[in-house]
Ligand binder design. Structure first.
Ligand SMILES: Cc1ncc(COP(=O)(O)O)c(C=O)c1O
Length: 367
């Protein structure tokens, strides 16, 4: 079976360095918020060309803390998309805010026209926009930032799937007030457990997120605000420092794999992913569209090719989020694509021979 993704392969690719980093932490006797976390925060801030980074326990926590950090709270409206990991909406709800979903474009990210439409229609204030760079493809940040700034709305970027992606040479995450990353084991930059990071350029927001991360402590004697416990542990930070060194070549390999798919699937009646002008995609997923998606998926499974559907049900159709107020417009693209999307095998360790098998299997399934 060729798996759709392989966290184990990404560990094995750097096994001895990772094992060494883990032993170093075990021997140090310091396991939470120490030297490794601080170094990783510095290195990851540099990678993103931003001055500040705050390691937290997960990507969901990163979104929650960033929203809290910019002052979003109970009863506030936060615009986002429904075609995303449910975590984006879960983080918004966890602070008591209401997610308002807008539709997506053919590149699977927030449709600026829908955003503009909703802002014009809503009579109530909007506290923030959470933009998701889904599947590793940057959203249209130039247009979204223009809309947000002309309406004085704060933007938070959910970069959980887009480590290293750029727009006209600028890293995703450098457009909004803060950017949120996940290091869940399947991500492009992956821990061997949970982890997350907030990056930002404003020192005040940085200080606020530091307080929120740990009980509102600046020092242990006094909780200045009611914070969380959301810490990045030293073992994960040490592993991530190793993996970060290889992130650029790993993303490069993902783009090579994507090129192979583009070239070898071009003659089939499939819709292949779109890449916007000026965007550098990091192919967290390679998502194709096909009207008979389920048949194609089971045919591929019969040929030992694993695929995935990210995400079969949009958030506004899931029981916990079925509030009609959350979907103030018809989400036509969002609803349609859920029936058609299929994520092909995508991880840097896929071999040329495996790629050929995948493409041959797709040809066979479609002929
Ligand atoms: C777009 C998006 N946002 C947020 C998250 C949440 O990250 P985590 O699983 O680390 O909490 C994820 C990961 O699942 C994600 O894909």
């Amino acid at each position: 079976m060729i798996p759709q993704c392989s966290p184990k392969a990404s560990y094995q690719a750097h096994k001895s360095e990772i094992d060494g980093a883990i032993s170093r932490v075990l021997e140090s006797g310091w396991y939470v918020l120490g030297e490794e976390c601080q170094q990783f925060e510095r290195e990851y801030a540099n990678f993103n060309q931003l001055p500040y980074a705050i390691g937290v326990a997960s990507g969901t926590d990163a979104v929650e803390i960033a929203l809290r950090g910019v002052g979003v709270g109970q009863g506030d409206n936060v615009i986002t998309v429904s075609h995303t990991a449910v975590a984006t909406a879960a983080a918004i709800r966890r602070i008591g805010a209401d997610p308002l979903f807008v539709d997506i474009s053919a590149d699977f990210t927030m449709d600026p026209k829908s955003l503009q439409w909703l802002i014009a229609k809503l009579k109530e204030p909007i506290a923030a926009i959470v933009v998701v760079h889904l599947y590793g493809h940057p959203a249209d940040m130039r247009t979204i930032m223009e809309i947000a700034s002309s309406n004085k709305i704060t933007v938070i970027e959910d970069c959980a799937q887009a480590h290293g992606a750029t727009v006209e040479g600028l890293p995703v995450g450098s457009f909004g007030e803060a950017a949120c990353y996940s290091f869940y084991p399947t991500k492009n930059l992956a821990a061997l457990g949970d982890g997350g990071m907030i990056v930002c350029s404003d020192e005040g927001l940085y200080q606020q997120c530091l307080l929120l991360r740990q009980y509102g402590w600046r020092d242990r004697a006094n909780s200045e605000i009611q914070g969380f416990n959301s810490r990045l542990d030293e073992i994960q930070a040490a592993i991530l420092r190793v993996k970060l060194k290889y992130l650029r070549p790993a993303n490069e390999r993902r783009r090579e794999i994507a090129d192979y798919y583009f070239q070898n699937l071009a003659d089939l009646p499939l819709r292949l992913p779109r890449i916007a002008k000026g965007a550098q995609h990091v192919f967290h997923q390679f998502v194709i569209r096909h009207s008979a998606r389920d048949d194609l998926r089971s045919e591929l499974m019969n040929q030992n090719i694993d695929t995935a559907i990210h995400y079969p049900k949009p958030v506004h159709r899931q029981s916990a989020y079925m509030n009609p107020g959350y979907a103030p417009m018809p989400l036509i693209q969002t609803d349609r694509i859920c029936q058609e999307i299929l994520s092909l095998p995508m991880y840097p360790q896929l071999t040329q021979a495996e790629l050929e098998l995948v493409c041959n299997a797709i040809h066979k399934a479609m002929n």
